[in-house]
Design a protein around this ligand. Structure first.
Ligand SMILES: [Fe+2]
Ligand SMILES: [Fe+2]
Length: 242
């Protein structure tokens, strides 16, 4: 791990990306966090605690880290939330937020300041950008899981959905399903259950213009079609398992 890049992937939306050759299998894996620059800037995914200096230096190339107002993540894991308290420490005016489950089972206890609990479907007006919390329990995994949708740019921050190994390109409008299925077949990272396909189809209904992957490129093709195809895959897996 040598550097964290920061690239604008939409109007004032930035991707921090770090390729780690020693993680995620023989080809390494890329970890991405997303910065939404607005009147009240937001960071979605905190990155690993040990990568915080790299992440903070990357954000500082765009804006002072101390301007951050909101910090969130999909589910309590090291790549999602490991550096949360480092970010909260560097940005004294920032508040972490998560769904009710996430606050109750982890965040209320873990965060150095009281977090804000948001309801499924609740939006936060960042001033120039609006983010909607979408509760997705156990999708991609973990009870507390949720995703974030930025309404003004149609960007779905989709965490580990479509996760693929390797050094991720910045953008892709190619096939993100096949590499994700290949990775899933080996990693079994997704908590497969009766609501998996249904929740992914609900995400497809948003018709997102961009899918901002945590482990992979920013997908600029037909987001709804990709999500529906992913739901089809999981539905078939579930039927086969039954
Ligand atoms: Fe995860
Ligand atoms: Fe992840």
């Amino acid at each position: 791990m040598t550097e964290t890049r920061i690239d604008e992937i939409g109007d004032r939306i930035y991707r921090l990306s770090t390729f780690v050759s020693s993680a995620g299998g023989p080809n390494g894996i890329t970890f991405c966090e997303y910065l939404v620059d607005a009147e009240e800037p937001l960071l979605f995914h905190c990155g690993h605690r040990q990568r915080f200096p790299l992440g903070a230096a990357a954000v500082a190339r765009v804006m002072p880290v101390g301007r951050l107002k909101w910090i969130s993540y999909s589910h309590a894991e090291a790549d999602e939330a490991g550096a949360m308290n480092e970010w909260l420490g560097a940005a004294p005016g920032a508040t972490a937020f998560h769904g009710r489950f996430g606050c109750n089972i982890w965040l209320n206890d873990a965060a150095i300041r009281p977090p804000r609990a948001v309801k499924d479907g609740e939006t936060i007006d960042l001033g120039g950008k609006r983010v909607r919390w979408i509760g997705t329990p156990h999708l991609p995994h973990c009870w507390d899981a949720g995703l974030l949708y930025e309404e003004t740019t149609g960007t779905l921050f989709c965490s580990d959905l479509f996760a693929q190994p390797g050094e991720a390109a910045l953008f892709s409008d190619g096939d993100i399903l096949a590499p994700a299925i290949a990775f899933e077949a080996g990693a079994h990272a997704t908590s497969l259950g009766p609501t998996t396909g249904k929740m992914i189809r609900k995400l497809a209904d948003l018709k997102p213009r961009r899918l901002a992957l945590m482990h992979g490129p920013v997908y600029t093709g037909d987001g709804a079609a990709a999500l529906n195809a992913l739901a089809d895959y999981f539905d078939a897996e579930l039927r086969a398992a039954l």
